[in-house]
Design a protein around this ligand. Structure first.
Ligand code: ASP
Length: 323
């Protein structure tokens, strides 16, 4: 007697998924950014969201859920319904480094579905204006000469600015005192105000304050100068050869999000990146578009796994303590 009912129910559920995916999205899509408003992740997502809206026909709502190097916001995405209405922005810090630093209650690879690789940018070593150094060599000498370590702002343990700061310590043979914030937006405010000494920051975050003369830039962690900041030398030119780091970003959905929805989001993000207006705004911040060969969800998944294999041993060897 229950058989026909069960069969009907199974048929309804079987039909439900494609129907859902076909109509998707019928309401705004929330993108969790795991760092403070006004910072580089938030800024990139808001620009991109405008472009994605044109393609999806629905608004993108950016929700900044901050704390613990972005791992709280990523956890929120992992535990959201896999229906395409809550997805998450992340980067090398949140989706690679955090797995080597925190005891996460989720797996960065198996609990998430990759959607798309997003633009990347080099880091830039910046200081408050009152630091008495004009070149990177001066800065390193100043950092070494201090009786108390200088302070370096970060977006929390495992964030891009923290990993880059650790790599800088190692490359330059210096030791700094890291000061964690909920994002590099508040860290940058404090740098401009002279409350902290340096940040190894994403170029897209610092670039406008450098242009305005409110902070000093010493080098970009790349083998070539940024087209948007031609006067900042590379680390190779400034005396720290081979200290290169690029912070890439991406979008992920909760595990189990239907493939047609992932594909729609991937298409919307790629269309947004190709939109001249979006491209211009992102490039003006010193961001670089991902290569066309890496535009699929699978490419982001493979890239994330390769980056985990590369970075975890380095980060674990640094023995980072989380307060
Ligand atoms: N991307 C972070 C932010 O938006 C900064 C970081 O990872 O260093 O604040």
């Amino acid at each position: 007697m229950f058989r026909p009912i069960l069969a009907t129910l199974i048929a309804i559920f079987a039909l439900a998924e494609p129907a859902l995916a076909e109509d998707y999205p019928t309401r705004p899509v929330t993108v969790v950014v795991p760092f403070a408003a006004g910072g580089p992740s938030d800024a990139m997502m808001r620009i991109l969201g405008e472009g994605m809206k044109r393609s999806l026909g629905q608004s993108i709502v950016v929700e900044d859920i901050t704390g613990a190097g972005g791992s709280i916001g990523v956890g929120r995405v992992v535990h959201s319904a896999p229906d395409g209405y809550t997805i998450g922005f992340g980067h090398l810090g949140t989706h690679v480094a955090n797995g080597a630093i925190y005891k996460l209650n989720y797996d960065l690879v198996t609990d998430l579905e990759p959607i798309v690789l997003l633009p990347s940018n080099p880091m830039v070593i910046v200081s408050r204006n009152a630091v008495p150094a004009k070149t990177l060599k001066d800065l390193i000498a100043w950092l070494k000469s201090r009786p108390q370590p200088a302070t370096a702002g970060t977006a929390g343990a495992g964030s891009g600015s923290h990993i880059a700061g650790l790599a800088f310590e190692k490359a330059a043979g210096v030791s700094v005192q890291f000061v964690p914030y909920r994002g590099t937006a508040p860290a940058l405010n404090d740098l401009v105000a002279g409350q902290i000494d340096i940040i190894v920051d994403q170029l897209s975050n610092s670039i406008n304050q450098v242009r305005a003369g409110n902070i000093r830039a010493y080098a970009v962690t790349d083998s070539r100068r940024s087209d948007q900041a031609q006067d900042i030398p590379t680390t190779d030119e400034a005396g720290l050869p081979n200290f290169h780091m690029t912070l890439w970003s991406g979008l992920w959905a909760p595990k189990g999000t239907p493939k047609p929805i992932i594909d729609k989001l991937n298409k919307a993000a790629n269309e947004a990146l190709a939109d001249p207006q979006v491209k211009k705004q992102l490039e003006n911040l010193g961001l670089r578009m991902p290569p066309a060969s890496q535009s699929t969800p699978e490419a982001l998944g493979d890239w994330q796994k390769a980056e985990i294999a590369k970075w975890w041993p380095i980060i674990k060897a640094a023995n980072v303590k989380v307060e």
